[in-house]
Every structure is written in structure tokens, then in C-alpha cells.
Design a protein around this ligand. Structure first.
Ligand code: G16
Length: 544
């Protein structure tokens, strides 16, 4: 089979963001655009000749076309084998599971996660290393440097592969194995959780749940695990069919984008437990009847109840959260006497801590929770963790959370997103804040006095790598915080994220509405950063 060397010129916009390269589909369809990036990945890797790569994606528009290009390039570049999920499907956590289980060289995941899909929407690609986790910054930066210098790429001339039949095929000297995308992952879940207890809860007649797969990748996983293996009633999984455009919906499991599920979970007759996952299956949202669990609280609760779950009953080595995630998990870690690490936003920063065995659970405010079972955050895993807790405690979700707050105190929390603002305005806002951080210490704003303001910098305690400029923190002397950062996952303009948090231990105020409790801090967050001046916005687009 002929290997072609294609001459190309670099694109200057291929720097991976928080999680890989995400652009509009039309950008990826530009001739050579995807191939340049894939060759840049291969150029950075060493000693992969004859080895195995895992490739799969969330099934969004352009998934199949991109897969065919990657297969032909992997063959031309000398990989020995590529494992592909049937139909080109692999959820992000399932890809991580397969990379680890079969000890492959690494993997390429095609996804723009929670971003919308379709011909006019988003596509993405990222490289995961042999530990199953997103490539660390030194690799993503090297890929970016390659993408700026690239002059040619290799590809075999061949017909497209059949992606829909389980089994092996040959592409030049390389084998292509189409695998069942669900079974390895589902088997792993069975080892971690008490399926017997969950099965009896689901068949008790007094408990019901809904899982909204948002027409994204988790549908087949949820159907197999919840309905087939655990015996949940047919219809438990909503929007279970993965669609290339997610049925026109925005596959982001939050209060704004999973409205139907939120409505289903409202009222006296609502199901007991509701959950949703995102485009590529790594995010989760947890709901009780008339009750929303914030991702930060969810992480703290999983840690506090880990002893009830077989896979974690032996104890947690430590925990970690991203910097903007609330400090609820810190309280649990202190009570358990274990270490709690604070990392920058991005799952890649948990990798070293997980590999070194320093942490067992970790999570982020951005609806991501996970553990050392894989090296990605894992939506369905979090849902099963909750289901296991519910099966043991047999209490409503709201009661479990209220008891948690009474025991540990509550970190009242909200995130305000200003989406699609001008990139220049957003950068200027961050720059002026950065310049002012030094002078903010000791200043008082109403009831709040600044204890420390800085631009968060992280030194990895395993490899000592330093990541700076990871978000402006304003820490107040009563434990409250305001954090500002720009999203690294958007594809249009900039998104300013403002994270606002305040501890509450007064039992009478624990259940108050966060927007009311935080009203003064919210208004301060806009004044301190002069949000209207720099973005022209007087209110956020999304509040979670
Ligand atoms: C990605 C990363 C997460 C990060 C999130 C939000 O999630 O994997 O670690 O917290 O983006 O990032 P940002 O605030 O920069 O938009 P996903 O689910 O999009 O892959």
C-alpha cells in the first residue's frame, strides 16, 4: 500500500486549550487542517513503531471522516495496530479505560465535549498518553510547536475502513481492530460498585431514576449498565441515542442545558434520583427530587461516603480539586486526615497525582468527578457512585446533602459565565486585574476584607513542573473567595468565568438560596473587575 508524503503549510491556531484542540467543524474541514495536527502529534511521540493506538470519539458530526484520516495516517506513520470503538464511538472515560486495560501506547479522542455539534458547530481532538490521561502541558506545547513548523504529513492511499463490524481488518501493515465500545467500561464499573445493592434498590418498587444521555455518547453505556445489568425500568435512560448533532441540543449537563430533566425532577411525584452526562461522557450533573447537587458538593459527598462503596472501602489516599472548585472537599479531607491538593483547571493536572498514588478521588466545579480507576473524569461513574450511596443509605438525595452540610458546614457556591465576549476585552480585564492583585491585599469592600489576591501558580509536587497564570484569586479573611479566569474550551470569542464562594456554618442559613446568600459578593465581583466596562455585559449568560 502506497504511503504518500503530502506537502503542507502550518496553521497558526493549533495550540491545544484546557482539553485538546477545539474548533468549528468548518475549520477542521479546511484542507490539511486535521492532518497537520495529527502529524504534529505523531512527530512529538517517540518509539511508537509497531505499537497500538486507541481511537474513538463522541460520535459528533465529522467523527467518522476524521477517524478515517487518522487511521490512514497512523498506518503511514508506522503504528502496528489501532483499536477503534464500533461506529467510531468511545466515551472519553471508556477510551481511558481501554488504553489502560490493553496497555496501549496512547490514544486519540475526538470530541469537543459539552460543546454543540453539527456542521456549523464544534469538533475537537486530543491526545492521551499511556496512563490513559490527557497529555500533560509539556506534550501539548510540543505538539503546538510542531504544528507551527510542519511541512509535510504521511498518509496511506486506501479505501475507507468498515467501522461498524467488530473484528480485525488490515490497513497496509497495520491492523485495525473494531471493539465493542461499552463492554470493557461496563465490566470495570461492575468491579467498583455494589451492583447487587443497586439492583435491589432499582427493583424495590419504591425508587426510580432518570438518566439524560442528551443524545450524546453515554446512551449505549447507560442502557447497558443501568437498564440491562442493573435492571432499571425501561425508559430510565432518556435521549439514549447518540446523534451527530445531539438532536440540536447543547450536550452540557447543567441547569441551563438539561432543562427537561430538571422539569422531570420537579414536584412531589418526581423520580428520586436524576442525572445527566455530556457530549463525550466525562461530565455529570446530579439531581434529587426538587434538588440540585453542585459539582463541588458532589465531590465532597463522594469522598465523605466512599467507605460505603466496595471499590473505595479501603480508604482514600488523598483527594484533589481544581482551584476554582469550592473548598467543600477540603473540609472532608481534613476530617478524614488525608491530603487535599489544589490544581489548575484541567483534568491533565490530576494525572501525576493519580499515577503517584497520592490521590484516589478528584473533581472540578465544571461538572467533572473521577477517581484512580481511569485518568479522565467520568460521568456515568459518578452517577453509579451516587446510586451505590443511595442504595446503602436509603435516604433522599436532599437529606443526604443537608446532613452533609450540618456535619461539615456548607461552601455556598455559584459560577457566573459571561459567554462570547470580545477576546480583547476579556484579556484586558484579566490583565488589569493581574496588575492590581498586589495592591488588593488589606483592602476592604463592605463586609469583606481581602487577605490575599494573586494569579494562581501551580507547582506539580511529582515532577515540579510549574503552570502559571491559572486564574486570579481574591481570598477574603472570612474564607470567602472570588476567582476569575477565561475558559480554555470555547471556540468563539472569550468566556469569562467568575467563581464566587462563601462558607456558611449557621444551621439556620444552610439551606438559603446561594444567589441570595452571595448577593453582596456577586455584586462585588462585577465591581472589582469592572466587568461591564471591559465586556459591555451587565449580567452573566449562564449561572450554575
Ligand atoms: C474540560 C477539562 C476540565 C475543565 C473544563 C472547563 O472539560 O477537561 O478539566 O474543568 O474543560 O474548562 P474551561 O473552564 O477552561 O472551559 P471538558 O468536559 O470540556 O473536556
Amino acid at each position: 500500500m502506497e504511503i504518500q508524503t503530502i506537502t503542507t503549510t502550518p496553521f497558526d491556531d493549533q495550540r491545544p486549550g484546557t482539553s485538546g484542540l477545539r474548533k468549528k467543524v468548518k475549520v477542521f474541514q479546511t484542507p490539511h487542517y486535521l492532518a497537520n495536527f495529527v502529524q504534529s502529534i505523531f512527530n512529538v511521540l517517540e518509539d511508537y513503531q509497531g505499537k497500538t493506538l486507541v481511537v474513538g470519539g463522541d460520535g459528533r458530526y465529522y467523527n467518522r471522516e476524521a477517524l478515517q484520516i487518522i487511521l490512514k495516517m497512523a498506518a503511514a506513520n508506522g503504528f502496528g495496530k489501532v483499536m477503534v470503538g464500533r461506529g467510531g464511538i468511545l466515551s472519553t472515560p471508556a477510551a481511558s479505560c481501554v488504553i489502560r486495560k490493553y496497555q496501549t501506547f496512547g490514544g486519540i479522542i475526538l470530541s469537543a465535549s459539552h460543546n454543540p455539534g453539527g456542521p456549523d458547530d464544534d469538533f475537537g481532538i486530543k491526545y492521551n498518553t499511556a496512563n490513559g490521561g490527557p497529555a500533560p502541558e509539556k506534550i501539548t506545547e510540543a505538539i503546538y510547536q510542531q504544528s507551527r513548523e510542519i511541512t509535510q504529513y504521511l498518509i496511506v492511499e486506501a479505501a475507507d475502513m468498515d467501522l461498524d463490524t467488530i473484528g480485525e481488518q488490515q490497513l497496509g501493515d497495520m491492523r485495525v481492530e473494531i471493539i465493542d465500545p461499552v463492554s470493557d467500561y461496563a465490566d470495570m464499573m461492575e468491579q467498583l460498585f455494589d451492583f447487587d445493592a443497586m439492583r435491589s434498590l432499582l427493583s424495590s418498587g419504591s425508587f426510580s431514576m432518570r438518566f439524560d444521555a442528551m443524545n450524546a455518547v453515554t446512551g449505549p453505556y447507560a442502557q447497558e449498565i443501568l437498564e440491562t445489568r442493573l435492571g432499571a425500568a425501561a425508559g430510565t435512560v432518556l435521549r439514549g441515542e447518540p446523534l451527530p448533532d445531539f438532536g440540536g441540543a447543547h450536550p452540557d449537563p447543567n441547569l441551563a442545558h438539561a432543562k427537561e430533566l430538571v422539569a422531570t425532577m420537579t414536584g412531589a411525584d418526581a423520580p428520586d434520583f436524576g442525572a445527566a452526562s455530556d457530549g463525550d461522557g466525562d461530565r455529570n450533573m446530579i439531581l434529587g427530587r426538587d434538588f440540585y447537587v453542585t459539582p463541588s458538593d458532589s465531590l465532597a459527598l463522594l469522598a465523605a461516603n466512599a467507605a460505603l462503596v466496595p471499590g473505595y472501602a479501603e480508604g482514600l489516599a488523598g483527594v484533589a480539586r481544581s482551584m476554582p472548585t469550592s473548598q467543600a472537599i477540603d473540609r472532608v479531607a481534613a476530617a478524614l486526615g488525608i491530603e487535599c491538593y489544589e490544581t489548575p483547571t484541567g483534568w491533565k493536572f490530576f494525572g501525576n497525582l493519580l499515577d503517584a498514588g497520592r490521590i484516589t478521588l478528584c473533581g472540578e466545579e465544571s461538572f467533572g468527578t473521577g477517581s484512580d480507576h481511569v485518568r479522565e473524569k467520568d460521568g456515568l461513574w459518578a452517577v453509579l457512585f451516587w446510586l451505590n450511596i443511595l442504595a446503602v443509605r436509603k435516604q433522599p438525595v436532599a437529606d443526604i446533602v443537608h446532613e452533609h452540610w450540618k456535619q461539615y458546614g456548607r461552601d455556598v457556591y455559584t459560577r457566573h459565565d459571561y459567554e462570547g465576549v470580545s477576546a480583547d476585552g476579556a484579556s484586558a480585564l484579566m490583565e488589569q486585574l493581574r496588575e492590581r492583585t498586589g495592591g488588593l491585599g488589606g483592602q476592604s469592600f463592605g463586609d469583606y476584607t481581602v487577605e490575599l489576591a494573586d494569579d494562581f501558580s501551580y507547582t506539580d509536587s511529582v515532577d515540579n513542573s510549574v503552570s502559571s497564570k491559572q486564574g486570579i484569586r481574591i481570598l477574603f479573611d472570612n474564607g470567602a473567595r472570588i476567582v476569575y479566569r477565561l475558559s480554555g474550551t470555547g471556540t468563539e470569542g472569550a468566556t469569562l468565568r467568575v467563581y464566587i464562594e462563601q462558607p456558611e456554618t449557621d444551621a439556620d442559613r444552610l439551606e438559603h438560596d446561594p444567589q441570595e446568600t452571595l448577593a453582596e459578593l456577586i455584586s462585588l465581583s462585577a465591581t472589582i473587575a469592572e466587568i461591564e466596562k471591559f465586556t459591555g455585559r451587565t449580567a452573566p449568560d449562564v449561572i450554575t
